[in-house]
Design a protein around this ligand. Sequence first.
Ligand code: PRF
Length: 385
Amino acid sequence: MQKRPQSTRAFTVEHVDGLARAGTLHLPHGPVRTPVFMPVGTQATVKGLTNAQMTDGDGLDLDICLANTYHLGLRPGGDALEALGGIHTFSRWPRNVLTDSGGFQMVSLLQFSQVTEHGVHFQSPVDGSAMLLTPERSMELQNQIGADIIMALDDVVPATATDAARFAEATERTIRWLDRCIRAHRRPQQQLLFGIVQGGLDTSLRQRCLQQIVQRPLPGYAIGGLAGGEEKRQFWRVVQQCTATLPPDRPRYCMGVGYPADLLVCVALGVDMFDCVYPARTARFGSALVDGPAPGVLKVRAADMAADYRPLSADCPQRCCRAYSRAYLHVLAARDASVVAQLLTLHNVAYLTRLMRRARQAIAEGDFPSWVQRWFRQQYPQHDY
Ligand code: PRF
């Protein structure tokens, strides 16, 4: 167990309503209002968006976005980023960045990656050479990249896998790797290191991982290994188990979660932070997130959009809804898919950002349970409540 002191005042919980919390993360590049959805900007830019669209007053006003150690380590590389002064200087992104540690991306993206006690072995997609991402190397790269929050390297097994022994091995290894990450982290005062809870869907493995990880005095904790196609009931059960054990004064981050209903259930269970490629990816397929009824998605290519002159959402302040009708987006989608993808990415990231700010306000007003029930009723009116 490591005892390296970490800043403990990075997170303040301002309001609690049931298990839901509204707080602020105080980071080097400004405050992050929680609960928060963090869009994924693999190379520190969200696919399809400009920096101005992400930060400006009439843009998304995002407090934080995600970047990936794996992608940035390949291009432009850790040394180049360090020489430039880090990711904020390189991408001219003035707000906060969180980097994921790289292992999950390699295992999910690369067919031929292999995990051993040393780390994740893979073939470079750039020149085919053999590469190894160890906990120490992930920390070195993340220290060079210079994000405000960095993640420990974890051994991720998809929640739907069936090999119980592999889950047990991955859980223990994640704990050992966390200690290696804590030892290797060179900038604990500038960059908050979060540990990740693994353990699949197995209650006792999760508890073992939780007990071990909370003994490490870290400034934040993530729930990993979920959102991989497991049943919702199982997903909720594990999230609830984790939030019940994680320390209440530290931020809790549920990794890879981005469906609106999942975000709200997790907020109700006490989660503060989320990330997912979903809003940007679904935008590239022509889908716009809107309040219900289910599925809460408008497909701009669908025939019934052709004569619908309303905006996607009446309450969306973004250009895609102020300056474009559904009918016009429908025509554009056939002519200029890249412009539509950009407009819908803006719309979808704005939707999830607003959803989290609405939840935050309801928590602050002590009205979260009835607000969230109203949201689910309009989203799923056919459901028997
Ligand atoms: N670990 C890491 N990144 C992640 C996850 C994880 O478990 C998930 C959940 N499947 C998304 N991103 N390091």
